[in-house]
Design a protein around this ligand. Structure first.
Ligand SMILES: Cc1ncc(COP(=O)(O)O)c(C=O)c1O
Length: 405
């Protein structure tokens, strides 16, 4: 049986809302975007939710509004997608790569503290809530979190929550709510926890930051087209107050987003159930490590279910992926860390030389063995069993599938 790495579930109100948009005749940013923003903001408890056409755009706008610019030095974990780092360079800033915890893949307060002590020039930190698990943002006096450390040193935080909707911080507040960062950025890319094909959102409680992001997302114009044409006081006139970008989300995408949002918790619960079943079926295989479970398991969005192979598994990660491909099972690798990428390995060192992989032992340990397994809400029992049977077969330990009552 063929099992894809991801399959979108668009079986809710997606078509209905899309039809409403098409029949309204207003396809670009308008009423549906406003509804999507209001609904998303309510769900994460943020004062402002600003829809854009990707998380990359969200990160770019958030960093720009938070003051990242020429000369800024920004701390980015090596285990992330290139978008987190590239926006710093768009703005003329410099990326300083940080290592991650080898068991969670997360940037930790300890790593942040060490980096801020060693490099007082760092003015911004970008924690990535990798796989859907929130970084430790708040802590205690004895064990401070990333926010505590950064606040003390007047360092700005822009959160990359591309994987983390819906997720919760350890203090119970939703990722995206005010936690002490300048802004939090989400992705609705094709295979994310909710999808609009391409799309993103910035949340913030800072009114000035929100104003700047809203303007810069649409050319630096002081009033949106929707505002100019539909407002009761509609006027044609507008002003350009900065050289902005074209990052607005369309009403077509927002229509899909609204329908996906209605089912976000149902999707999360379905992924969490699959995680529980994977943990049962893959328990005790020599050389296979399963993902760590946080104290608040329901606070994990489970965007990814990444297992790790160590040498005791008897074959390396790439051979395992090839074996699963022969069984028609889709997998992925999250991620080849940035310090292994040509561009980032060069920029990581002031002298432009390639960085040594052993400079990032946590990221290396994660990368060596990680494999992300299929995890999507519409996965059938048959597909789930096919993945597990293939894993056991590839590892040479074929067991009978558990028969469920
Ligand atoms: C951690 C992380 N940050 C940012 C992005 C960029 O998201 P988008 O594709 O919506 O621009 C991604 C996309 O995969 C991601 O995984």
């Amino acid at each position: 049986m063929k099992v894809p790495f991801f399959r979108l579930d668009a079986g809710g109100n997606e078509l209905r809302y899309l039809r409403e948009v098409l029949e309204s005749g207003w396809l670009t940013s308008g009423g549906k975007v406003l509804d999507f923003e209001a609904d998303f903001g309510d769900r994460v408890g943020a004062t402002h939710a600003i829809a854009v056409n990707s998380c990359t755009a969200a990160l770019h706008l958030a960093c720009e509004a938070a003051g990242v610019g020429p000369g800024s030095e920004v701390l980015v974990p090596t285990l992330t997608f290139t978008a987190t780092a590239e926006v710093v360079e768009y703005l003329g800033g410099r990326v300083r790569l940080a290592d991650v915890d080898p068991t969670t893949g997360l940037l930790t307060p300890e790593i942040v503290a060490e980096a801020l002590d060693a490099h007082p020039s760092i003015s911004c930190v970008m924690p990535v809530h990798f796989a859907g698990r929130a970084c430790r943002m708040r802590g205690t006096t004895e064990r401070p979190g990333i926010v505590d450390l950064c606040t003390e040193r007047h360092v700005t935080i822009v959160e990359d929550a591309a994987h983390a909707f819906p997720s919760r911080h350890s203090n119970g507040s939703p990722v995206g709510a005010a936690i002490g960062s300048a802004a939090c950025c989400f992705s609705f890319y094709a295979n994310k926890t909710i999808s609009t094909g391409e799309g993103g959102m910035v949340t913030t409680d800072d009114d000035d930051l929100a104003d700047r992001i809203r303007r810069m997302r649409l050319h630096g114009i002081d009033r949106s087209a929707w505002d100019r044409h539909t407002n009761v006081n509609a006027r044609w006139e507008y002003d350009v107050v900065a050289a902005g970008y074209k990052y607005n989300l369309t009403d077509l995408a927002a229509a899909i987003g609204l329908a996906q949002l209605e089912r976000a918790e149902e999707f999360r619960a379905a992924r969490a159930r699959l995680v529980g079943r994977y943990r049962e079926r893959l328990a005790g295989i020599e050389g296979v490590r399963l993902p760590a479970i946080p104290d608040d398991p329901d606070g994990h969005a489970w965007h990814l279910f990444a297992i790790h192979l160590d040498p005791a598994a008897g074959l390396d990660r790439d051979a395992f992926i090839d074996g699963l491909r022969e069984h028609q099972i889709g997998t992925s690798v999250h991620y080849k860390p940035l310090h292994r990428m040509t561009h980032w390995s060069r920029t990581a060192r002031a002298d432009g030389g390639a960085v040594a992989p052993d400079a990032f032992p946590g990221g290396e340990a994660w990368f060596r063995g990680c494999v992300s397994l299929p995890l999507f809400p519409s996965m059938t029992d048959g597909e789930f069993e096919a993945v597990c049977t293939a894993i056991h077969a590839v590892l040479g330990r074929i067991r009978q599938p558990v028969v469920r009552a």
